[in-house]
Every structure is written in structure tokens, then in C-alpha cells.
Design a binder for this molecule. Structure first.
Ligand code: AMP
Ligand code: GLY
Length: 420
């Protein structure tokens, strides 16, 4: 038996902790720092790599890293040096997410389909370039900016403003020392995630996030307001194309360049004319995508994460998924992604049917009560025989949870229904 340490505090980490605690090989799951829903919380921050390593060593833990920040900071390399078992990509492999420029150049030299682009560190030159183009662009800061360093532009003046925001005003700090100016691809976005061990990539069911704060994809981008899985946007033919031409090619090209990618490899793709373009890589599970995907798992997740670490995924039995659809509706604090109130008591948990999971994100527990403690607060995650029934199961439950400034989108999954 082994103990597990899950690093992170979001809905993704609650879902991973929940699933891993069901494993017959797992004794106890700790979460650092965790939230109001996770058990056995350890108050160590995600960027305190030495503190996490010390805890993992003392408690004989297999460590699972949720978010990108510790991965980009080299948590996996540090744990490996100490002979501690840890699931996730090395710092070098994490460059696929930590430097958008590194990722774009990697795709270019390996023939992985992505939007045309140029790189700049000089605002004047970037402005001249966008003036010379006859198509719309997206301007991206190179480094990690909590999903905020991307500005989708409608015309040249917006592009010039975006260049100014990132390169001159430095709104995203050093993450914006260099920028990418790339072609805007207008299509349908979906998430494709695979579990990798450096050599083999096992696909997770496809999913679709809802990034904007308001219904019908209006308002500013957020961390994600809900997701469902699988998505009909990615049919079997497209899935095969993404698996071969994006995921397997990424894994093989990384290997050719001397980097083994272990962990969840997430391709954010835009589908235009039935062709997938990589908008971004993430080197971890998506959040909220992780929540519906975890609900669909009908296998021992620990076995597969351990096989990723041991580079033995090709020897594992075929993964079994529940055939139902799954959906997660994010309940947020009104005002998110800008300012919002916290410390509001949340009630109604006892009214939720047993087969529906309420994964916690920005919550904390005090004297047995749950309080809001962040922008994205809860993820109501339900299965259904059809996407339609999953949606109605989740929304019925979402209505039962109460706090004063609860906000959620009413159209999660609708894009999938319109597709049938
Ligand atoms: P990223 O963090 O790179 O995924 O960008 C955030 C969001 O910006 C994506 O989820 C897309 O909605 C949008 N986006 C990024 N790149 C492009 C592109 N080339 N064309 C259109 N939309 C894009
Ligand atoms: N849901 C998108 C992300 O995790 O980055």
C-alpha cells in the first residue's frame, strides 16, 4: 500500500484525490494545500517544492501534481533526484506550457499543425508586422500568466493595443518580455488530453470547456466555467487525426529531442474545416475538464499514473470508460473573474443525490461548515445516459446549493447538444 500526495487546491485536485482514494493500492490520500472538500489537507504551498518533498519522503507518498506552476518550477526533477515517485512532466517537458514561444517553435520544426506566427520583443516591429497582414491576429505573452496573457483581436487597432499592453505596459510582467503574434483561427474549440509515459499516449475521452464568464460565450475569459465529456465536436475520424498528428507526433518529437514527456498532455485545439490546429499545450489535466473525465473513469487511476512514471503504459490493460456522458457546472462567486466576495457560508450539500459529485475548488471548512474562498467555488459533476440527461441532472443539483453571491452559466453543454 502506498500513500498519495496530490498537489493543488482546485476542482481538478479534488476530483483526482477522490478517484485515487478509491484505489485498492492506496492507503491514504493527502492534498497540499487542498480545499474545503479534500480530506487530509496539508498546509504546504504548491511552490514550496522542498517542503512538499520532505512531506512526501516522510510519509512514503506517490505524488501527483495538478497545476502547472510547480511543474514549470521543476518539482518532478527535484523529486526524482531524491528518488521520490512523482507523476508529471519534467521541467524541460513542461516548456510545452511554460513558454508559448518554445511550444510554437517546437510545433513548427516538427510539422505539428498550429496557427502561423511571428515572435517579437520590439513593439514597433510587431506593430509594423500586424499592419502588413490581411487577417486577424491573436497576441500572446510568452510565459505563464494564469491563462490571461492571450488577447484575441478583431482588427489592427486592437492588435496594436494588445502589443502595447503586453510588451510596453508589461501588464503580465516578465511573462510578456516576448510575444507571439499569430493568425486568429475561427472555428470550434475542444480539449484533447492523453496520459503519457514518454513513449505511449493513452487518450482520455474528448471534452469541451466553456471559458467565457457569461452564457453564449460572452464576457471575459475565465479559468473555465464548465465542461462536458465526450464532445461530439470530436468525432472518431477527428479523434484519430488528433491522436496521430498531434499527440503521438508531439510525444515522438519530444523523444527525438531527448525529452520524455510523462504526465497528462493536453492539446487545446481549434477545429476549422475539419482540421485540428493546436492553440496551446497544457502539461497537466485541464480544470474543469478533469472533473467530468474523472467521473467517466471505470479503472484504477493509481495503476495508470504509476505506469506513466514507470514507462510501462504499453503493458497496461485497455482502459475502461463509463459509456455515459459527464458534465461539470462550475458555481462561481458573482463578480469573478474580476473582484468578488468570499467568506460566505454555503449550504445545500445534503440535498445532492449520492451519484452526483460536488467537487470543491475555492472553499474552506471551518467548524464543520463550508465557506466560499475563491472565484471558482464548486464543480457540480454528474453522469447521464445522454448528454441531455447529464445536463439536467447537474443543473437540478446546481439549484440546490446556496450561498448569497452564487453565479453559474446556464448553457453548459448546449454546444454539444446543438451538434447532434
Ligand atoms: P491559450 O491560453 O493559448 O489557449 O488562449 C486562450 C484562448 O484564446 C483560447 O482558449 C482560444 O479561445 C483563444 N485563442 C488562442 N489562440 C487562438 C487563435 N490562434 N485563434 C483563435 N483563438 C485563439
Ligand atoms: N480548462 C483549461 C485549462 O485548464 O487550462
Amino acid at each position: 500500500m502506498v500513500n498519495v500526495l496530490v498537489v493543488g487546491s482546485g476542482g481538478r485536485e479534488h476530483a483526482l484525490s477522490w478517484k485515487l482514494s478509491q484505489s485498492s493500492k492506496v492507503e491514504k490520500v493527502f492534498t497540499a494545500p487542498g480545499n474545503g472538500g479534500t480530506a487530509n489537507n496539508i498546509s504546504i504551498d504548491i511552490d514550496d517544492i522542498s517542503g512538499l518533498a520532505e512531506f512526501a519522503q516522510k510519509n512514503n507518498c506517490f505524488t501527483v501534481v495538478g497545476p502547472e506552476i510547480p511543474l514549470a518550477a521543476g518539482i518532478v526533477d527535484k523529486f526524482n533526484q531524491m528518488n521520490l515517485k512523482i507523476f508529471g512532466p519534467s521541467q524541460k517537458a513542461a516548456q510545452l506550457e511554460s513558454s508559448k514561444i518554445w511550444a510554437k517553435n517546437f510545433m513548427k520544426r516538427n510539422g505539428i499543425q498550429t496557427a502561423r506566427f511571428e515572435i517579437f520583443d520590439d513593439a514597433k516591429k510587431a506593430e509594423e508586422y500586424v499592419k502588413s497582414l490581411d487577417y486577424s491576429v491573436v497576441v500572446k505573452a510568452d510565459g505563464l500568466a494564469s491563462g490571461k496573457g492571450v488577447i484575441v483581436c478583431n482588427d489592427t487597432s486592437e492588435a496594436i493595443e494588445a502589443i502595447d499592453t503586453i510588451l510596453v505596459k508589461k501588464t503580465f510582467g516578465d511573462a510578456g518580455n516576448r510575444i507571439i503574434v499569430e493568425e486568429r483561427i475561427d472555428g470550434i474549440e475542444a480539449s484533447y488530453i492523453a496520459l503519457c509515459d514518454g513513449h505511449t499516449a493513452i487518450p482520455m475521452p474528448s471534452s469541451q470547456d466553456h471559458k467565457r464568464i457569461f452564457d453564449n460565450d460572452k464576457g471575459p475569459n475565465t479559468g473555465g466555467m464548465g465542461a462536458y465529456s465526450p464532445t461530439p465536436i470530436i468525432d472518431n475520424i477527428l479523434a484519430e487525426k488528433i491522436q496521430n498528428q498531434i499527440i503521438n507526433k508531439t510525444l515522438q518529437s519530444m523523444k527525438n529531442e531527448g525529452i520524455l514527456f510523462k504526465g497528462f498532455l493536453y492539446a487545446g485545439v481549434m477545429i476549422r474545416d475539419n482540421e485540428p490546429y493546436v492553440l496551446e499545450y497544457n502539461v497537466r489535466m485541464g480544470d474543469p475538464e478533469c472533473q467530468p473525465i474523472t467521473m467517466k473513469m471505470d479503472f484504477d487511476l493509481y495503476d495508470y499514473l504509476a505506469a506513466s512514471v514507470n514507462e510501462s503504459l504499453s503493458q497496461m490493460p485497455k482502459i475502461i470508460w463509463k459509456t455515459q456522458s459527464a458534465i461539470c457546472i462550475v458555481l462561481a462567486s458573482e463578480g469573478y473573474p474580476e473582484s468578488y466576495l468570499t467568506e460566505e457560508e454555503i449550504t445545500g450539500f445534503d440535498l445532492i443525490p449520492k451519484d452526483i459529485m460536488v467537487f470543491h475548488a475555492g472553499t474552506k471548512k471551518q467548524n464543520g461548515k463550508i465557506f466560499s474562498n475563491g472565484g471558482r467555488v464548486l464543480g457540480i459533476t454528474a453522469l447521464g445516459d445522454t448528454l441531455e440527461s447529464a445536463i439536467s441532472n447537474a443543473y437540478l443539483a446546481a439549484e440546490k446549493i446556496f450561498w448569497t453571491h452564487k453565479y453559474y452559466r446556464k448553457d453548459i453543454g448546449k454546444k454539444g447538444l446543438n451538434r447532434f
